[in-house]
Write a protein that binds this ligand. Structure first.
Ligand code: GDP
Ligand code: IMO
Ligand code: MG
Length: 435
């Protein structure tokens, strides 16, 4: 029995969906533990591509349990759409939505954009999915959990309170109008409750039962370590904990139940949204990578900012997550760039540091100090695939040395190497669920 968490080690979009789908084959249960439909996790196998926002990426192994954990916020409309899409393709999910998970309401979505405009230069460039406002209400204990949504009396009461507060805020603070009446919201969410009721249960109990029954459990993080509400670059991140700590609180498993924490590391960095990104590339290399790799947001379609790998940021992510293994992704996309650089320290106000500053203002003043290595040859997808069939020893020396160097800097072994979006474009060095 193994409990393994998959955590984005950078700023999101590292390829978590791909790796979770791959590992889920041998897991009995997959739990998404944070975030909502701000996430966009791509799963690709055979000729199918699924872009999942709410559904755990382990949903493509019929019969296996998938859980939306208590740490998540859920847009019921998005979830119902995803259940419909994957069910039509023969993957009707064996889903549990933890009754503690919170529901994203139309007020949250409306306020997300308004709050962002108010923040001016300190806006994170959110996905406008209502994530921040929903987690705010959760923390303030105004929120509506799935358990509350299923009880029509509680739902009515809670919407009544929320409607008054939110519409007044929208009108009086932001000078805008909220189009829906209280009854409209109640009717819509009462309908979602009816449709989703069969999935709602005690997710914490289910995942603990699985562990007690010696099953393999996979915990799927959304976003990335550097976007977390506690250790991320405040205020330029999201509102949940996309960390191994969040994997515990967001699933209901005690921290000492986690055996493996796999940090997903893209060969370079990408970022959607605002905030300082010390290694950002502003030249043709960024556009080349963006075009080659289709680096546009899965949820919003925004072009992703691209930069050299930042080992200072990775070390911080490791410190706060305790990676037991790394999965390198996009080795194929990064091919053809030579030399490749990676940042091993920053210069801040004339002093060298290997620690990420806490403040965004300081990070914006950091100048990266790079190491350089030879890049590697671009190969066709079929050539990468042939390498996968042969195994890690067949990987060319240059990408191997690059990954080895980063792995040595962190003191964390390489578990997985990904050289394409599909399941077969992968080399597994350590199989965490192997008997
Ligand atoms: P996530 O949010 O971490 O799940 O990542 P996204 O799905 O938002 O973005 C990752 C993108 O890269 C998706 O389009 C994946 O299909 C793709 N992808 C994942 N791993 C690889 C890889 O090793 N090579 C290539 N070329 N694409 C990859
Ligand atoms: P996945 O799971 C990349 C970013 C947004 C914004 C900040 C806050 O696909 O890796 P939010 O809507 O959460 O309030 O936005 O966080 N962001 C992501 N960036 N990948 C994601 O998810 C993200 N989810 C949120 O761009 O800067
Ligand atoms: Mg994504």
């Amino acid at each position: 029995m193994v409990v393994a968490a998959v955590v984005g080690a950078q700023w999101g979009d590292e390829g978590k969906g791909k790796i979770v789908d791959l590992l889920a084959e041998k897991a009995d249960v997959t739990v998404r533990f944070n975030g909502g439909d701000n996430a966009g996790h791509t799963v690709k196998f055979q000729d199918k591509t699924y872009k999942l926002h709410q559904m755990p990426s382990g949903a493509f192994y019929p019969g296996k349990k998938v859980i939306i954990g208590c740490g998540c916020v859920v847009n019921p409309k998005t979830l119902l759409e995803e259940i419909g899409i994957i069910s039509n393709d023969g993957y009707a999910p064996n889903l549990i939505i933890d009754s503690r998970a919170h529901v994203v309401l139309p007020y949250h979505i409306a306020l997300d954009g308004m709050e962002e405009s108010k923040k001016g230069s300190r806006a994170a460039g959110t996905t406008k999915k209502g994530i921040g406002p929903c987690y705010s209400d959760k923390a303030a204990r105004f929120g509506i959990r799935f358990a509350d949504m299923l009880d029509k009396k509680i739902l009515e009461e809670k919407i009544h309170t929320m409607h008054e507060i939110k519409t007044k805020t929208i009108e009086q603070v932001y000078g805008q109008k909220f189009a829906q009446g209280e009854d409209d919201v109640f009717e819509a969410y009462s309908g979602y409750a009816d449709e989703l009721a069969k999935y709602v249960a005690d997710g914490c109990a289910a995942v603990n039962d699985a562990v007690n029954a010696k099953k393999n459990v996979l915990l799927e993080g959304a976003q990335g370590a550097l976007l977390g509400i506690d250790q991320g670059l405040y205020p330029y991140g999201t509102s949940s904990n996309p960390t191994s700590g969040g994997a515990s609180t967001g699933s209901g498993l005690a921290p000492n139940k986690l055996n493996e924490v796999i940090g997903i590391v893209k060969a370079y960095v990408s970022r959607v949204g605002s905030g300082p990104l010390p290694t950002e590339l502003m030249d043709g290399t960024a556009q080349k990578i963006r075009d080659k790799g289709g680096e546009y947001g899965t949820t919003t379609g925004r072009p992703r900012r691209i930069g050299w790998l930042d080992v200072v940021a990775l070390k911080y992510a490791h410190e706060t997550n305790g990676f037991t293994g790394l999965a390198f992704t996009r080795i194929d996309t990064f091919a053809g760039v030579s030399p490749v650089k990676f940042c091993v320290a920053y210069e801040l106000d004339g002093k060298k540091t290997t620690r990420m500053p806490v403040s965004a203002e300081e990070l914006a003043r950091c100048k990266p100090i790079y190491e350089e290595m030879p890049g590697w040859k671009d190969l066709k997808p079929a050539e990468w695939r042939r390498i996968c069939v042969r195994g890690y020893f067949a990987v060319p020396d240059e990408p191997k040395n690059y990954m080895k160097r980063v792995s040595e800097y962190l003191g964390v072994p390489i578990y997985i190497v990904s050289v394409g979006p599909g399941r077969e474009d992968t080399i597994v060095i350590k199989d965490v669920f192997a008997k």
